[in-house]
Design a protein around this ligand. Structure first.
Ligand code: SER
Length: 314
């Protein structure tokens, strides 16, 4: 039995959340699952969210009070395999929601995304409520997913909470297959080779957040009294917004010779359909959200963690 179960625990958010949740529930209070083998994770079981039998066995064994369901394909990977994106992001989520109702789980977290916005949404900033016509299959699954959050709350009283994450930048675990991943890779390349080829054009402004802020937001949302959660779809969450060119300038403060060039690929169209900035007023009002890191503070902290690794290695 475990107090908290993290599904999709081997990904970018899961790996960063584990140490924080371990502090709260202790190692024994935490169970983790992922489609990939991750024996290093606490209380780990290999489970595919599309395998209902295995998922049922996991819930029956752990009987968790709190579930973080993080298993998903990100935007770029989804675009390359829309059918699989739908299966994992939608059917996988439905399977988990059904089990959460059956096993009377008390609280559920599900990661939403700024990808729910589309070309017809206001871009600067994107408000909490507006036209939502996403053009990427990932955005479509995230939009349907956040509606499922609200539906399961209304219909079954399941306390599902969600954030529309911007691109998450961190050094704790690598992202995989996202349109915003450039903002992570650039730091590693800057330290290792001094140059980076960006797959987004120089002026592509996107909403981003530094991982420590994203994780704090997640825990603050989960800790908030249920009565204060007025948005039952998914909360807009803002950290900062910047372009590849601005990020390169921020890195150059510390690595003056750093060079960036631009070779946009299919991810440019995804980025162009997303907002540039996010209005997160409801998150601030309802549960006191406030980001700490701006671009330069994030760069200083990222480089402060990455540079020593490669200095030691060289
Ligand atoms: N960071 C994600 C992606 O690029 C957006 O939710 O796919």
């Amino acid at each position: 039995m475990a107090d908290t179960l993290i599904i999709g625990a081997g990904g970018q958010i899961g790996r960063e959340l584990i140490p924080l949740l371990e502090k709260r529930s202790g190692k024994d209070g935490l169970a983790t699952a992922d489609i990939n083998d991750c024996p290093e994770l606490p209380g780990f079981r290999k489970v595919d969210v599309l395998d209902r039998k295995a998922l049922f066995a996991l819930f029956e064994h752990e009987r968790p009070s709190v579930v973080y369901h993080l298993a998903a394909l990100l935007s770029a990977t989804s675009e390359q395999n829309p059918q699989k994106a739908w299966d994992v992001n939608m059917q996988g989520f439905l399977n988990v929601l059904e089990l959460c109702v059956s096993f009377e789980v008390k609280k559920v977290f599900w990661p939403g995304s700024i990808a729910v916005f589309g070309p017809t949404s206001p871009r600067n900033p994107a408000p909490q409520s507006c036209v939502l016509e996403p053009t990427s299959i990932y955005g479509i699954t995230k939009l349907a997913g956040e509606q499922l959050c609200a539906y399961y709350f209304r219909r079954y009283g399941l306390d599902v909470r969600s954030l529309r994450y911007p691109g998450i930048v961190g050094y704790g675990a690598p992202p995989g297959g996202g349109t915003t991943d450039y903002a992570v890779h650039i730091y590693y390349e800057a330290v290792q080779t001094g140059r980076y080829v960006s797959f987004l054009s120089e002026d592509t402004r996107l909403p981003m957040i530094y991982a420590p802020d994203a994780l704090r937001a997640t825990l603050e949302l989960m800790d908030a009294p249920a009565a204060s959660i007025r948005i039952r779809t998914s909360y807009n969450l803002a950290g900062m917004s910047f372009t590849p060119k601005e990020l390169a300038a921020s890195i150059r403060r510390k690595i003056p010779d750093f060079e960036i060039s631009y070779r946009p690929d299919f991810r440019q169209a995804i980025a162009d359909s997303w907002p540039q900035t996010i209005d997160d007023t409801p998150a601030r009002e309802d549960w006191g959200w406030k980001p700490e890191y701006d671009l330069d503070a994030m760069t200083d902290d990222m480089l402060g963690h990455i540079q020593p690794i490669y200095r030691l290695g060289s």
